[in-house]
Ligand binder design. Structure first.
Ligand code: NDP
Length: 293
């Protein structure tokens, strides 16, 4: 039987609608408008697309969007000075520094200079530690979006075997923490994992975040499992065209899985929706107001 398609595009639209409602109430009842500052250093084409899309959706949700585009050769001191300015600005509730940064900039240093309360990407070491210890934190947007899709589909995830393929700080590790927080039995697999197909076949929930086009074939998937494909890979489609594919081979995986996210239209749209939700949460916390559910 063909898998249920987990429609991240439709789900993300609902999340954005909920955020917009909350933003409207914040303005009406308290005269506050959540503000998101996005900092882009350099000209990376994919980053430019993401930043444009973030700015557009922030505006559509009724929030203030502040874009800071800096030259690729911006010094670390200048970037840190901008972040200090944004940290101190009461109109800015969320700060996002678009990664990757040019090589001469120390990403860890830059991310850790953001006020953790405004770190809407959830990458600051304080938020990583809070998440790891089950305390209230800012949760990284992509894994949070995956968790929302999983909870929506399954209800409780308790006791399920989850395999996270990939151990990056921005996707794999926080995804594993979130699944553990929801009482899954979690395995984190990576490039040195032995018997990867066998490990994947044990998963009731398989999250693929490797950045390798269509790496996971259908015979790595346990029949009926839920497959969350985080990968966004642009490949050659012939005749000078390109197309986006995930880290899973959709055609074969969707024949075996019980449910699967498509690429595009799965996890991708959830990421920005969660960014907007995190910014609204940060705004509420900064003003001592009740947080959105
Ligand atoms: P990274 O390159 O930082 O991490 C990739 C991980 O995959 C590493 O842990 C690596 O293992 C592992 N890996 C690579 N090759 C293999 C292999 N052959 N077998 C097993 N494991 C392997 O990537 P990200 O986590 O940043 O991103 C992953 C994917 O998700 C990318 O396609 C990216 O574009 C996409 N993405 C999508 C987002 C969205 O909004 N939907 C947001 C962020 C990312 P090791 O550590 O051993 O090297």
């Amino acid at each position: 039987m063909a898998a249920t398609i987990l429609d991240g595009k439709a789900f993300a639209a609902k999340v954005r609608e909920r955020v917009a409602g909350h933003v409207a109430r914040l303005r009406q009842d308290h005269g506050i408008t959540p503000g998101l500052a996005v900092v882009l250093v350099g000209e990376d084409p994919a980053s430019q697309v993401y930043v444009r899309s973030k700015g557009k959706q922030t505006g559509e949700a009724g929030m203030n969007s502040y874009e800071h585009r800096l030259d690729a050769d911006t010094s670390e001191a200048d970037l840190l000075a901008l972040i200090a300015q944004l940290n101190a600005d009461p109109e800015v509730h969320g700060i996002l520094v678009q990664l990757p940064l040019p090589d001469h900039l120390d990403s860890d240093l830059v991310i850790n200079s953001i006020d953790p309360a405004k770190d809407v990407d959830g990458f600051h070491i304080s938020n990583v530690g809070l998440l790891g210890t089950g305390q209230k934190s800012m949760v990284p947007c992509t894994p949070l979006g995956c968790l929302m899709l999983l909870r929506d589909h399954h209800g409780s995830l308790s006791g399920m075997n989850a395999v996270v393929l990939g151990r990056s700080n921005i996707v794999g590790k926080p995804m594993a923490q979130l699944l553990l927080g929801d009482s899954c039995t979690v395995t984190i697999a990576h490039s040195r994992t032995k018997d990867l197909p066998e490990v994947c076949r044990r998963a009731d929930i398989l999250v693929a975040a490797v950045g390798r086009p269509e790496m996971v074939p259908g015979d790595w998937v346990k029949p009926g499992a839920t497959v969350i494909d985080v990968g966004i890979n642009r490949i050659d489609a012939g005749e000078g065209k390109t197309r986006l594919v995930g880290d899973c081979d959709f055609a074969s995986c969707s024949e075996v899985a019980g449910a699967i996210t498509p690429v595009p239209g799965g996890v991708g749209p959830m990421t920005i929706a969660c960014l907007l939700a995190n910014t609204t949460t940060a705004c509420c916390r900064a003003n001592g107001l009740e947080e959105p559910a």
